[in-house]
Design a protein around this ligand. Structure first.
Ligand SMILES: CC(C)(COP(=O)(O)OP(=O)(O)OC[C@H]1O[C@@H](n2cnc3c(N)ncnc32)[C@H](O)[C@@H]1OP(=O)(O)O)[C@@H](O)C(=O)NCCC(=O)NCCS
Length: 177
């Protein structure tokens, strides 16, 4: 369990899965997520993911609990853990839209970066964000990420092509941010 100012990052419990399925089938949330979307999520597919996670050594995924109530509000994690180069890929979603734009995402990002740099000893954390997601970019910038580059028109979504921006933060930048 990792404590931030507005969130706690906790182990994912099986009982959380129906909520995740509900959120990942909400296009207002899922339109910002991975390029493989849209795909209909089911409790079965989410349970398979959860069971596979127990053996997955290349990622760390946490439930985001909003403080002080400790309500489940989303999920975040580090993926594609590369121990040779000491880097990983960051991902996050807050599924409960009542919690958007209130600082919870920035705090979850900062808390997970602390885990990445202080506990895993990583040197770099990176992510991809779509050009129509200024809220996420702002949250990442506040947490210390910088723009590394752009994959132009790499995403086709909602009838149009969109740029995918690459952002990253280095250990030395995190220390001073
Ligand atoms: C992206 C996400 C994690 C950000 O978390 P959050 O709690 O909503 O964001 P925060 O409140 O911490 O920070 C958002 C910032 O963007 C600003 N913002 C909100 N909407 C904005 C917009 N349309 N344009 C520019 N800035 C915007 C907010 O004002 C805030 O900045 P400020 O503190 O300087 O005022 C969350 O909104 C989310 O999960 N969204 C859906 C899924 C998603 O986009 N996942 C990320 C995929 S890369």
């Amino acid at each position: 369990m990792w404590l931030g100012e507005k969130v706690e990052l906790a182990a994912i419990k099986r009982e959380y899965l129906p909520r995740y399925v509900e959120w990942l089938n909400d296009w207002e949330v899922a339109r910002y997520l991975m390029p493989g979307m849209p795909q209909v999520m089911t409790l079965e597919s989410e349970t398979e993911w959860f069971d596979a996670r127990q053996k997955d050594k290349s990622s760390f995924v946490f439930a985001i609990l909003g403080l002080p109530e400790k309500n489940l509000i989303g999920n975040c994690g580090l993926h594609n853990l590369d121990l040779k180069n000491r880097c990983a890929v960051f991902g996050i979603f807050i599924g409960d839209k009542n919690y958007w734009s209130k600082g919870y995402g920035t705090d979850a990002t900062r808390t997970l970066l602390r885990f990445a740099f202080e506990q895993l000893g990583l040197n770099r954390v990176e992510l991809e964000v779509y050009d129509y997601n200024p809220r996420a970019m702002r949250a990442y910038e506040k947490a210390g990420f910088r723009r590394d580059g752009t994959r132009r028109q790499a995403l086709f979504r909602d009838g149009d092509f969109h740029d995918i921006h690459l952002m990253g933060i280095l250990r030395e930048e995190w220390k001073t941010s």
